[in-house]
Design a binder for this molecule. Structure first.
Ligand code: 0WE
Length: 256
């Protein structure tokens, strides 16, 4: 028996086979969940259809720009028609304009700040609000964060501020949704070689730094995020809510 047998879930943030969202979706599927997927923009439609299609030709795949209230409403309207209800939601979505991740944090524009927070943090609140009425037997919402939320990582800049907002939103949502038995948690992952990391100057050195300084002496495998995602979604985590779980080979505990 899988950990998530009979559960219904929706996954936001698959871009390609290396996506963290895909690693967690595979684990949720393996544990018996039936999943719907969303994609951001026509550019990613074919990728998501190819990946999610391996879970069955009838897999629900919907467009969703998380900055559009209308698109978010439509997604959950379709999920309600198709699934009737919902147990699980994965938020694995972030964006800041590239220039904001390159220069000096002091030069962060109002617009870059707004976009980063809208896409990467507010979206969790918007998705949770639409998902909650469908989670009529309780539920589990999982969002992805990063250490740059609590300590300065050079160049992570406004994304760090947006992840801090995402983590605080996780706590307030956990409090808001607790009475409906809906849990909300973050996984703070060590650096992963995904599309979101491509082209980030010094990313290779960052992976080497984790290898050298994390207690486990290595980087995180996508499948390990899958296992943690499955645990948080499962009844094994029934008393865990509002938390940030570090899946970072222990890096976060180190002072030097
Ligand atoms: O959260 C992230 C990255 C998210 C991200 C990535 C991009 C690249 C392309 C958000 N917005 C954009 N905008 C783009 O135009 N990570 C945890 C990965 C990451 O990104 C970094 C990191 C790490 C780690 C940026 C600078 C320094 C470290």
């Amino acid at each position: 028996m899988g950990l998530l047998e009979g559960k219904l879930g929706i996954v936001f943030g698959v871009a390609n086979k290396r996506s963290i969202a895909w690693a967690i979706a595979q684990a949720w599927h393996r544990e018996g969940a039936k999943l719907a997927f969303t994609y951001q923009g026509e550019r990613l439609k074919d990728n998501v259809e190819e990946l999610a299609g391996t879970f069955g030709a009838d897999t629900l795949i919907l467009p969703c720009d998380v900055t559009s209230d209308e698109q978010v409403r439509n997604v959950f309207g379709t999920v309600k028609e198709s699934f009737g209800r919902l147990d699980l939601l994965l938020h694995s979505v972030a964006f800041a304009p590239r220039e904001a991740l390159e220069g000096d944090f002091l030069n962060t524009s109002r617009e870059a700040f707004r976009i980063a927070h809208d896409v990467s943090a507010y979206s969790l609140i918007g998705l949770a609000r639409e998902a909650a009425p469908l989670m009529d037997q309780g539920g589990s919402i999982v969002a992805m964060s990063y250490y740059g939320a609590e300590k300065v990582i050079p160049h992570y800049n406004v994304m760090g501020v947006a992840k801090a907002s995402l983590e605080a939103s996780t706590r307030y949502l956990a409090y808001s949704l607790g009475k409906r038995k809906i849990r909300v948690n973050c996984i703070s992952a060590g650096p992963m070689n995904t599309l979101a990391a491509r082209g980030i100057a010094g990313f290779g050195d960052m992976l080497k730094h984790y290898e050298a300084h994390s207690p486990l002496g290595r980087n995180v495998e996508p499948s390990e995020l899958g296992h943690t995602g499955a645990f948080l979604a499962s009844d094994g985590a029934a008393a865990i809510t509002g938390q940030v779980l570090y899946v970072d080979c222990g890096y976060q505990i180190m002072g030097m």
